[in-house]
Ligand binder design. Sequence first.
Ligand code: FES
Length: 141
Amino acid sequence: MGGSNPYIQSAEIILPKTKYNIRFEPEDPSAGEAITVEVDPEKIPYHETGLPGSILNIALGLGIDIDHSCGGVCACSTCHVFVKQGMETCNEATDDELDQLEEARGLTMQSRLSCQTVPNGSTDVRVVIPAWNVNLVKETH
Ligand code: FES
């Protein structure tokens, strides 16, 4: 499933203009290795799921599996991640995202829904995938 949710307010997004890196780390080190990917603005959208250029959109397009039960339309909390570095370069969470996040386990100040979080590329970003996200980090290519 993909697309957008017509019932939610749109996030105000600035897409990157230059290449930047996202490092994906599993919270549980036994779940896999950290992976750093280069994001190329010319390749956005990377996938049909999540906001174009969102952390989930990029992850799925590059073979990094983050759970996304609602198909990336801000209607669940399974794509919850911790943005440990670069949060200031991301769009602000909408009220709809914050409402969904309240349902997420292990909420922290760095919690975001990865399908709704779009970095602007002005710095590199570090993302930790919670240990309870069943799919965790897998590199398929
Ligand atoms: S995949 Fe459901 S809110 Fe992100």
